[in-house]
Design a protein around this ligand. Structure first.
Ligand SMILES: Cc1cc2nc3c(=O)[nH]c(=O)nc-3n(C[C@H](O)[C@H](O)[C@H](O)COP(=O)(O)OP(=O)(O)OC[C@H]3O[C@@H](n4cnc5c(N)ncnc54)[C@H](O)[C@@H]3O)c2cc1C
Length: 290
């Protein structure tokens, strides 16, 4: 197995085009598991950790540009205020060792329906920037990035450069259910984001459909009810019946399966409970921020 180590973004893209058999590796917390279990035996590995651009984040005009190789631990340390939903999700990933190595770019590369970065990225309305040597960069709304179970919209000659995420204009929440409290793959997960600037609600469902997905109807429903009851202005309490109805709509947007981690019925139930709670917590934070 060849080991390629580009030291610049340009070189990484050129190698990607030259060696379609090379598997990119960032933190390696998915790639190495597959190699160790003999699920994959690539002709080459392309180590991205020496490409400095991928390891940086920046804030520009209300958007965070998060390099694909920024590890979870840095998101927790640096970006709790700008990206509270993603920072919350990052805190739940694996163990300290996994959070130091693992990256959001790797989560997107694996595109597992259970990946914890996906729900907050969906709820925030993130955009994935990918690039190839031949065609340059293109941007893909994250909801269109997931194309099937562990499949994504990357072409064979492309790499993920960064994720562009709007800096939070309102409260965000992330909830995850696992079979224990830590080091666990989600049985189901849910993220929501309030966008008071445009009076909108964002959602992301994890581990309860073939791909991570939004609950679009639930978003429109909750934003519409908040508008018609003038709650955005009054910041009155979120009625329990409204939070419950939102939770039911979130569950209705999922299409889970039974598997070793949980049954479809449990996933639907837990999603409705998490969505109700997450919306209530986020709304209470919005009220407190007045
Ligand atoms: C013990 C353990 C616990 C874990 N717990 C969790 C958890 O709680 N939640 C969770 O979501 N995940 C968990 N994971 C899975 C893993 O840590 C995450 O998916 C992580 O985000 C992968 O990031 P990485 O940088 O290590 O990716 P890598 O393993 O380096 O790569 C993963 C995939 O992405 C591709 N890739 C990486 N970077 C790029 C790029 N820039 N462009 C194109 N493709 C790229 C690789 O080719 C590969 O297909 C766990 C893994 C382990 C081993």
């Amino acid at each position: 197995m060849d080991f390629l180590q580009p030291t610049s973004w340009r070189e990484a893209l050129e190698l990607r085009a030259e060696r379609p058999d090379a598997v990119p590796i960032a933190g390696g917390t998915d790639v190495m598991v597959d190699i160790n279990f003999d699920r994959s035996r690539p002709g080459a590995l392309m180590d991205l950790t020496r490409v400095a651009e991928l390891r940086e984040w920046s804030l520009d005009d209300g958007w965070v540009r998060l390099g694909a190789g920024v590890p979870y631990a840095r998101i927790v340390d640096d970006l709790g205020a700008e990206l509270p939903g993603l920072a919350m999700a990052s805190r739940t990933v694996g163990s300290p060792q996994i959070r130091i190595r693992g990256t959001v770019g790797g989560n997107l590369g694996s595109a597992s329906p259970a990946g914890d970065a996906h729900p907050p990225l969906l709820a925030a309305g993130a955009v994935v920037e990918v690039a190839s040597a031949a065609r340059g960069a293109r941007r893909i709304p994250v909801a269109e990035f997931y194309t099937g179970v562990k499949r994504n919209a990357l072409a064979e000659d492309e790499l993920i450069a960064a994720v562009l995420i709007p800096s939070a204009a309102g409260p965000q929440q992330f909830c995850k259910i696992g079979t224990r409290n830590a080091m666990v793959i989600a049985v189901s997960a849910f993220a929501c984001a309030l966008h008071p600037d445009r009076r909108a609600v964002g959602t992301g469902i994890g581990s309860a459909a073939p791909t991570p997905r939004r609950a679009a109807e639930a978003e429109t429903f909750l934003a519409g009810e908040l508008e018609s009851a003038a709650l955005w202005e009054s910041r009155g309490a979120l009625p329990e019946s409204l939070a419950r109805a939102f939770g039911e709509r979130v569950a209705a947007a999922a299409s889970p399966i039974d598997d070793v981690r949980g049954s479809a019925a449990y996933r639907l139930h837990s999603l409705s409970v998490m969505a109700r709670r997450a919306a209530t917590w986020a709304w209470n934070d919005y009220r407190k921020a007045a």
